[in-house]
Design a protein around this ligand. Structure first.
Ligand code: NAI
Ligand code: MG
Length: 351
């Protein structure tokens, strides 16, 4: 198949890990006879430096024509002056808006080789294989805001349509997995959560083969630490998802391992590691490329429908972890390039 893949390296370790993702996609294209074309564009601090705009018109145009988007990371101390007119993160928000992506998907799977790095005991993390789906366009982050000297308000608003489309996404995904959806809200207190719960229940009735449970966000925060292996697909609104996905990310033991996707809009999906630009290790070949490589596997599966190809990449990453070919964050001494090369070899060997 033919695919137009836009690559947004960004800042810090972004270019290093994006290069790893592209190398793996090129290898997969070669092995399976696909024609992927890659075009690199500016975003974030890099785009501010070169164009004075964190998402310049040339990037916007490319994003709208893309079949899928692979992103490194954006941001860094160089652009973090609180009085600056433009900030790198604005590039991410503008991109999400442009593409209409409303579901942020974050799988969390614990590999036995890295289980010891998790702050939880190995018996707690055994068998953890869950996916968070965070609503990305609504809720309190996007509501009306006011502030005076004496008080401030943030409005939280959700429409039925916004809830329904993301909940449906969760049920569709659960059908391909363990057929369980956990919907997280605060329905004992919030009207938006009561609406959320009623929409989730109504949509859930259309999926009799998928079990639905409701959880309050505060108890979910505890269950994530006490029985994470009990979950399959977890769907929640924007702010709860922001907080719970950060909590979940530490369970994996390193930020460098976890992939993500932002999907659901009329445009292409965006695939990126969950970590940031890690300025402390940028340019030193210390970055773990596996989060980006696993994001590339999600890109193959979800944007291009290439299931076998995605499975080859995921098996190669498992193999490299088993071999103990690890970057420093996972307790090893391998460079970014060495780990990437090991994944490429494993992708090849599995032919
Ligand atoms: P960070 O994720 O960049 O780094 C946190 C810690 O994890 C650092 O010690 C870093 O070295 C380590 N780390 C992160 N990714 C790693 C990898 N692949 N391999 C090995 N170690 C890794 O978060 P931090 O330091 O809070 O933010 C740095 C910059 O990144 C800030 O400007 C922030 O705004 C931005 N950021 C961007 C995101 C994005 O592009 N989506 C997401 C989060 C932060
Ligand atoms: Mg966050």
């Amino acid at each position: 198949m033919k695919a137009q893949i836009v690559v947004l390296p960004g800042d810090g370790i972004g270019p290093e890990v994006a290069a790893a993702g592209v190398a793996v996609l090129r290898q997969i294209a070669e092995r399976f006879g696909h024609q992927f074309t890659f075009s690199e564009h500016a975003i974030g601090g890099d785009a501010i430096d070169r164009f004075g705009d964190p998402l310049p018109p040339s990037t916007r145009e490319a994003l709208l024509a893309a079949d899928a988007i692979l992103l490194g990371a954006v941001g860094g101390p160089k652009w973090s002056d609180p009085n600056a007119k433009v900030r790198p993160e604005q590039g991410l928000l503008a991109m999400r808006k442009l593409l209409g992506v409303f579901a942020n998907v974050r799988p969390l799977k614990l590999h036995p080789r890295t289980a010891a790095l998790s702050p939880l005991k190995p018996e707690r993390t055994q068998g953890v294989d869950l996916v968070f789906i965070r609503e990305l366009t609504g809720g309190i982050y996007f509501g009306a805001k006011t502030r005076s000297d004496t008080d401030a308000t943030d409005e939280c608003r959700y429409s039925v349509e916004e809830i329904e489309r993301v909940v449906r996404h969760a049920f569709e995904l659960a059908r391909t997995r363990k057929k369980k959806v956990t919907s997280v809200d605060k329905a004992n207190v919030l009207e938006t959560s009561r609406l959320w719960r009623s929409v989730a229940t109504r949509v859930g009735a259309e999926y009799p083969d998928v079990a639905l449970e409701h959880q309050l966000v505060d108890s979910m925060a505890m269950h994530l630490l006490t029985r994470p292996a009990d979950y399959d697909v977890i769907v929640t609104e924007n702010m709860f998802g922001d907080i719970l996905t950060d909590e979940a990310s530490v369970l994996a033991g390193s930020l460098g391992l976890s992939p993500s996707a932002s999907v659901g809009g009329p445009g292409a999906g965006v695939y990126e590691p969950i970590h940031g630009s890690a300025p402390d290790i940028a340019g030193q070949q210390l970055a773990n490329p596996l989060g980006t490589i696993l994001s590339a596997a999600m890109l193959l599966r979800h944007s291009l429908g290439l299931t076998d190809e995605a499975a080859v990449v995921e098996a190669a990453v498992d193999h490299v972890l088993e071999q103990g070919n690890l970057t420093r964050d996972l307790g090893g001494t391998a460079t970014t390039q060495a780990v990437t090369r090991a994944v490429l070899d494993a992708c090849h060997a599995k032919a």
